[in-house]
Design a protein around this ligand. Structure first.
Ligand code: GUN
Length: 279
């Protein structure tokens, strides 16, 4: 029997720990506050942003909401970020991605103070992760490490194969896995013999963004499979990058979609907000 990794339960456990931490901080006179900026009304972004605000409310983090119109200029957004950088009452700044085409996301990410960069996207924090210094870490990969550890899965010495090399998931995932002493292979759309490489994985992390791409041919018997994808199938049901029903009987542990990696991303964002107060 495979172990179904319950991200919803583990995220709840973490949020309850955070609630106590936030209480202790408040007693010490420190309030945690996160500024959440959304430009435009992309429906998926609205769902994510609302979930982030709900998590803040649950834990006792103040969330400041900035809903800017779709035609906001880059200069206007940068001016708001500058103001929030200077505001001592704001600990974290989150700009929901994607941004409309007139705004350059890289310039926006660089404009956020690295001390308030709770997404862990600023080059200074990415660099710190690369050289093993403490700093903010991208939330989805950080959440996957917690999922594995809290499910009793050994990372040290394991061969971890990551499919996908994005700045938000694949690359920081590789660095975190190295920090945990895994042997890491990063694969991507140009990789030759992808199936063969994936079949060597003890831990397979699918973050390629293609619905139900990973079939049982990619998975060694008894491997651990982590699914980062989130899509809608032909019946409008949520699904991941992994063909769950076919793959799961061959795994020793697997994350479902929904209820696997997704809830952990928000829990790790909340962690970063609490860390931000202590900086
Ligand atoms: N859009 C999709 N995922 C994320 C995320 O983790 N952070 C931000 N800011 N935007 C996103």
């Amino acid at each position: 029997m495979t172990q179904i990794i319950d991200g919803k339960r583990i995220a709840q456990e973490i949020k309850d720990e955070q609630k106590r931490q936030a209480e202790l901080l408040r007693e010490a006179g420190k309030e945690v506050a996160l500024a959440v900026i959304q430009v435009g009304e992309d429906p998926a972004s609205t769902v994510y942003v609302n979930n982030k605000k709900k998590a803040c409310a649950y834990i006792g983090i103040r969330s400041l909401s900035y809903e800017l119109p779709e035609d906001t200029s880059e200069a206007e957004l940068l001016a708001l970020i500058e103001e929030l950088n200077e505001d001592d009452e704001v600990n974290g700044i989150l700009v929901q991605l994607p941004l409309p085409p007139q705004i350059n996301a890289d310039r926006v990410i660089r404009a956020i103070s690295p001390k308030k960069d709770v997404d862990g996207f600023h080059p200074e924090n990415v660099g710190k992760l690369a050289i093993g210094e403490p700093g903010f870490v991208s939330c989805t990969p950080a959440g996957i490490i917690q999922l594995l550890k809290r499910s009793g899965i050994r990372i040290e010495g394991a061969h971890c194969v990551i499919i996908g090399r994005s700045n938000i998931v694949g690359k920081p995932m590789a660095l975190l896995m190295l920090r945990e002493n895994a042997t890491v292979t990063v694969t991507h759309s140009k990789t030759k013999n992808l199936k063969e490489i994936c079949r060597e994985a003890d831990i397979l992390i699918a973050a390629l963004g293609k619905p139900q791409f990973i079939t049982s041919e990619y998975v060694r018997e008894g491997a651990v499979v982590i699914d980062v994808g989130i899509h809608r199938d032909a019946d409008n049901k949520l699904c991941g990058d992994v063909k769950y029903d076919e793959v799961s009987p061959h795994t020793s542990a697997i994350t479902p979609v929904p209820g696997g990696v997704g809830p952990m991303t928000i829990a790790m964002l909340m962690n970063n907000c609490i860390e931000a107060v202590l900086m």
